[in-house]
Ligand binder design. Structure first.
Ligand SMILES: *[C@@H]1O[C@H](CO)[C@@H](O)[C@H](O)[C@H]1NC(C)=O
Ligand SMILES: *[C@@H]1O[C@H](CO)[C@@H](O)[C@H](O)[C@H]1NC(C)=O
Ligand SMILES: *[C@@H]1O[C@H](CO)[C@@H](O)[C@H](O)[C@H]1NC(C)=O
Ligand SMILES: *[C@@H]1O[C@H](CO)[C@@H](O)[C@H](O)[C@H]1NC(C)=O
Length: 397
């Protein structure tokens, strides 16, 4: 069942919204309408969503490297509030990830993941990165780079499996496809930040790195995420400090499907299958008996999403639990807004176990009930309203 949004009548802003979204073509004005479209071409036809249109001037240019909007005193104040704590580490290489000619000490003084896969900061006071999950036989299940315009088949599948995931959204993509972004919230997925324009973060200035995170946090339709994943895993202690200053936990991975490389011509589908299979076989051979794993996978295109659909049942053969990263971490409050919550890992899986033991027709892994506990749809729709109100608040309406 899809969520039908029934707004509390007190939210007058919604009425306002209803009159301002007329610019969108029929069927593309609400999350629920958008979620019903299954033809990829129709899904990927651009549309105009008035709250986003109106907010554009308060945000950096879409898909370009973000910088602090000069008139945005709130952002400037926020940056100033912790800029003195940022370690004095110069940007590395280019924002496109060209590190040619960079001379960097072999002992990795900046804990630069791209260089040594370092996940334990050397600079004091920054929490370590998450690259695995503490719960055994568990996948911290997530997808990068969304929302992709054509994701409804994939999200329908996850919904049918009652499977929740962590979605690492690119800010500009959210602006292009805001209703698709809302769907992630309505479906009960955990939303984390994957920067505004998907560049190498260590190649940016402090202000740019701040803006890449700040404006992506702001726009996910009213919720304020508390987690992020660096594109390409490119993070060092300078960038970690900026993320931590914005309340973001850094989430990496230890295994890579390289699914994204098929579109780019860098990997074959056979290689991606082998990467997924390897991850699953490691699980079967005990590699995750003391701590669970995170494998990098994407919501980029039809191929990566089809692959995710193909591999969910196989992942269940190797792992007992497949849950959003936040659930695997027992992080019960995924957003700053306190009226969203995630169940603890234990809550998820005691329910899930019960269901699994009752139903022999189910696949071996009990994810179903777990998911239902996450972000109950009623509260989500309520907060989604709040989210839209939040957008309107940005517009000073
Ligand atoms: C999560 O919380 C449960 C109690 O609800 C506890 O048993 C479990 O060890 C916790 N796991 C982690 C990784 O903190
Ligand atoms: C989203 O996926 C569709 C279907 O594969 C693809 O045509 C489109 O280019 C993707 N969008 C982006 C921004 O990569
Ligand atoms: C991939 O594209 C095919 C052909 O349009 C479509 O039937 C299928 O549902 C798509 N898969 C996903 C996951 O979007
Ligand atoms: C969430 O909290 C806000 C106040 O912070 C409130 O206005 C809103 O109704 C709450 N939403 C839900 C679904 O509880």
């Amino acid at each position: 069942m899809r969520c039908s949004l029934s707004p509390p009548s007190s939210l007058i802003t919604l009425g306002l919204l209803a009159t301002t979204v007329l610019a969108a073509p029929p069927g593309r004005t609400t999350e629920a309408d958008e979620a019903l479209i299954t033809d990829p071409d129709a899904e990927c036809t651009g549309y105009s969503f008035q709250p986003v249109q109106d907010a554009l001037s308060s945000f950096p240019s879409l898909s370009a490297i973000a910088d602090i909007v000069p008139t945005d005193t709130e952002a400037i104040d926020k940056f100033n509030s912790f800029k003195d704590k940022i370690p004095n580490i110069p940007p590395k290489g280019t924002p496109e990830g060209d590190f040619t000619g960079l001379s960097y000490p072999a002992d990795d003084p900046d804990c630069w993941w791209t260089n040594t896969q370092c996940v334990t900061p050397k600079f004091q006071g920054i929490p370590p990165d998450v690259f695995q999950v503490p719960e055994p036989l568990t996948v911290g299940y997530g997808f990068d780079d969304g929302p992709n315009c054509s994701h409804n088949t994939f999200y329908d599948y996850l919904d049918s499996e009652n499977q929740k995931a962590t979605m690492f959204f690119v800010g500009s993509n959210v602006m292009y496809y805001p209703l698709e972004a809302q769907r992630a919230l309505v479906d009960g997925h955990e939303v984390c930040v994957h920067t505004w324009s998907h560049h190498y973060m260590t190649g940016l200035t402090n202000e740019q790195a701040f803006a890449e995170l700040y404006y992506t946090i702001k726009l996910v339709m009213g919720v304020t995420p508390t987690c992020w994943r660096p594109p390409f895993g490119d993070v060092d202690d300078r960038v970690r400090t900026i993320a931590a200053g914005l309340g973001l936990q850094t989430i990496l991975w230890q295994y890579d499907s390289f699914d994204w490389e098929v579109q780019a011509g860098g990997a074959t589908p056979e290689k991606v299958d082998a990467n997924y299979d390897d991850f699953i076989n490691k699980a079967k051979n005990g590699a995750f008996d003391t701590a669970g794993g995170i494998i990098l996978t994407h919501e980029i295109d039809n191929y990566t999403m089809s692959e995710a659909i193909k591999y969910l049942p196989k992942l269940k053969e190797g792992f007992k639990y497949i849950v959003p990263v936040g659930v695997a971490l027992n992080k019960t409050q995924p957003y700053v807004e306190s009226n969203y919550s995630l169940p603890t890992f234990e809550q998820c899986n005691s329910q899930a176990f019960a269901e699994n033991h009752q139903s022999s027709s189910q696949a071996t892994t009990p994810n179903g009930a777990s998911s239902r506990l996450i972000l109950g749809k009623n509260s989500v729709s309520g907060t989604l309203m709040l989210g839209l109100a939040g957008v309107l608040a940005i517009l000073h309406l």
